[in-house]
Structure formats: C-alpha cells, structure tokens
Design a protein around this ligand. Structure first.
Ligand SMILES: Nc1nc2c(ncn2[C@@H]2O[C@H](COP(=O)(O)OP(=O)(O)OP(=O)(O)O)[C@@H](O)[C@H]2O)c(=O)[nH]1
Ligand SMILES: [Mg+2]
Length: 187
C-alpha cells in the first residue's frame, strides 16, 4: 500500500479540522483548545498543533491527512507538517474577504519551503456574501489566468466533496512523479 501525506492549511475557521474529521476512517487525533484571541470571535475552539486522520483509496493508497493550526503563532507546526508532505490544500472561506490576504501569506510561506502540488479549496460557498472565484484568485495574487494552481469548491462537511479534492491531489502527485521519472530517464 502506498502512503501519501497531505496537509490541509488555511485561516482560522476555513474548515480544516472539519475536513479531517469528516473524511477520516479512523478516530481523528485533534488538538483543539479554547480560542482566546480574535479567533474566539469566530469560534469557541481552535487547533493548536495539528489534526490527523486517514483515508484509503481501495487497497492501493492510504492518504494521511494533517490539518494545520490556522493561527500563525503556531507556524512552527506548518513548517514541520509541510516538509513531510507530498501535496497540500489551502482552504479559503469564500465569504470572508478579510481573510484572503492571510491565505496569500500561508501560500507564500508554504511555497518558500516546498515545491509540491497544491490545490486551493474554496469553502463556505453555500454561505451569504460569497466572492467570485476570479476575485478570490486575484486577491490571492494570481492575476494571470496562466500558471494558476487548481482551484475547487469544497464543503468540509460533505464526504463526497472532500473525496473529489483528494482525487485531484492524488492526480497532481501522480502526474508530477511521472514527469520526474521521465526526466530521470525512467521510462
Ligand atoms: N456552511 C458551511 N460551513 C462550513 C464550511 N466549511 C466549514 N464550515 C464550518 O465552519 C467551521 C470551521 O471550523 P473548523 O473546521 O474548526 O475550522 P479550522 O479551519 O480548523 O479553524 P482553526 O483550527 O481555528 O484554524 C465549522 O463549524 C464548519 O462546520 C462550508 O463549506 N459551509
Ligand atoms: Mg482546526
């Protein structure tokens, strides 16, 4: 069985812990504590280390899924988790434009450390006040339609929606390893 490690990053309240909890086939390891700062205006609890869950595609692939803490004061965990991942997803709450700048910071932080496939997952697209995908991508710094990462809507409360994103990540990782093998003369 192959193992793929996937990191789920994003601002507080974007849905990372919900994502891991909804999809995991094993009991999730969570490190949520009472939120004390401005995050407490958004929600009662926040992740302080990581969430861990697992999902298997048949008998061939096990995805180990790590949710990061949203708050940057815990970014030593972002560092540790991303350096051990093959792919990552950045969740962006599409109805919170004030968080887009922070999401951009997270993407830049990750890109400075790794060069692995990533997907932007737009959450809360069922909520009032949703921004368009184009507006979000522009605010995330992707002005040009070319060279943009993949962007998908995802509802972290729905397994089917998460599975679509996991399959997209898996495809990107497989394509990339195929390209690397080709460069090394593996075919
Ligand atoms: N309606 C709706 N609710 C969502 C969606 N995504 C997440 N939520 C809700 O938003 C809240 C997000 O909370 P968490 O999953 O704890 O967020 P988090 O990203 O882990 O936050 P931190 O650990 O604080 O960084 C939960 O109540 C989810 O049910 C979505 O797409 N639609
Ligand atoms: Mg969390």
């Amino acid at each position: 069985m192959k193992i793929m490690r996937l990191v789920v990053a994003g601002a507080p309240g974007s849905g990372k812990s919900t994502f891991v909890r909804t999809i995991s086939e094993v009991e999730v390891i969570e490190t949520e504590r009472s939120a004390t700062d401005h995050t407490s205006l958004l929600k009662k609890k926040t992740t302080v280390a990581f969430d861990y869950g697992r999902f298997t595609f048949g008998s061939s692939l096990e995805m180990q899924i790590y949710g990061t803490p949203g708050q940057s004061r815990f970014n030593f965990m972002w560092d540790y988790l991303i350096k051990n991942a093959q792919s990552y997803i950045v969740l962006v709450a599409a109805h919170r434009p004030n968080d887009f700048h922070y999401a951009r910071h997270i993407i830049s932080y990750m890109n400075q450390r790794v060069g692995i496939p990533m997907i932007i997952g737009l959450t809360h697209t069922d909520c009032p006040g949703v921004c368009s995908t184009e507006e979000i991508m522009t605010k995330l710094g992707y002005m040009n339609q070319k060279n943009r990462p993949s962007v998908m809507n995802v509802n972290p409360n729905e397994r089917g929606s998460i599975i679509e994103v996991l399959m997209a990540c898996m495809t990107l990782v497989v394509e990339r390893s195929g390209r690397n093998q080709y460069r090394r003369g593996g075919y």
